[in-house]
Design a protein around this ligand. Structure first.
Ligand code: HEC
Ligand SMILES: [Cu+2]
Length: 276
């Protein structure tokens, strides 16, 4: 199991600024409408390299890519020029109470396709994307299920959200593409007073009280990566946490700390740090 300590990265701080500024002007940063990424006609004929059950949005998502990209990722090589990766988002099938139904393996069951999101990498692409949010040579596009460009998509958001994963060629799920996501990893059962478990796309407990000088440890129990991202005056991000991995952070000063998941900002938590 990997244990990561937080780094107070300059990147995280810079990103906080970019995101704050971009919130206001994001729509104009990257115009929506048709761009160089065309609808990936045969997306479902590629390799289905990963799925995610989104408990927070009640969606079931599939990742598709070409065999050459899977091969490159497995060999630790750069993702080939021209690669298109597709995220197919489906509504999850719900029971009468609006809760997602599960199959024999405990996974969500797909209902209607709601969106097809694509990212494509080609040498020289991306030069017209503002430098602050550019994702190398990747360009993003969002399509409706019938293959039309979703003109309402906030494309700047794609770049902003994927930017912190530059180390992984801007992918949130490079580990799944590379076949290295530890889906069957054991998750320890932390139950200490300063432990937070991430399960079903939620922080448990969502509100934690600690005393200044104490350390908080987050453990990811989900079959999806998550990331602790402190918001507020001193933004910090943990490494990506795969299943079974932990991040630890010490809180030395009293105060209220708010945080979200860097991948799924709808996941929220707080740490209340009492004076010693
Ligand atoms: C709020 C953050 C966020 C935004 C905004 C976002 N993504 Fe993502 N993207 C994710 C996450 C998280 C995943 C992994 C799947 C999941 O957990 O739902 C992902 C996965 C993907 C993948 C699969 C490849 C990979 O490993 O990352 C593609 C393709 C993709 N997104 C395209 C897009 C496009 C196109 C847009 C803009 C229309 C977009 N994304 C906007 C967070 C985001
Ligand atoms: Cu998350």
């Amino acid at each position: 199991m990997r244990q990561s300590l937080f780094r107070a990265g300059a990147l995280a701080t810079a990103m906080g600024g970019v995101l704050a500024a971009a919130g206001v002007i994001s729509q104009t940063l990257v115009p929506s409408g048709p761009n160089r990424v065309l609808f990936p006609q045969d997306w479902d004929k590629g390799v289905l390299y990963g799925t995610v059950d989104r408990y927070d949005t009640k969606q079931y998502r599939e990742f598709y890519g070409p065999a050459e990209a899977v091969k490159a990722a497995r060999e630790g090589k750069p993702i080939p020029d021209g690669t298109v990766l597709t995220l197919a988002a489906y509504a999850a099938r719900l029971d009468a109470d609006g809760k997602p139904l599960k199959d024999a393996n405990g996974r969500f069951i797909k209902d209607k396709l709601v969106a097809v999101n694509a990212m494509q990498k080609k040498a020289g692409w991306g030069e017209d994307i503002p430098a602050a949010i550019r994702n190398g040579d990747w360009i993003y596009q969002s399509f409706t299920p019938d293959g039309k460009v979703n003109e309402k998509a906030n494309l700047a958001g794609c770049y902003q959200c994927h930017l912190p994963f530059a180390r992984d060629d801007y992918l949130t799920n490079l580990a799944k593409l590379a076949g290295k996501f530890p889906s069957s990893a054991d998750t320890p059962a932390p139950g200490g007073p300063t432990d937070v478990v991430i399960r079903g796309f939620a922080f448990g407990p969502g509100a934690l009280k600690v005393t200044a000088g104490q350390r908080v440890t987050w453990t990811n129990a989900d079959d999806s990566p998550h990331q602790i991202s402190l918001t507020g005056p001193a933004p910090r991000r943990s490494d990506l946490l795969l299943k079974g991995q932990t991040a630890t952070l010490q809180f030395d000063e009293a105060g209220n700390i708010a945080y979200v998941c860097g991948l799924h900002p709808g996941m929220k938590g707080t740490i209340e740090v009492a004076a010693r």
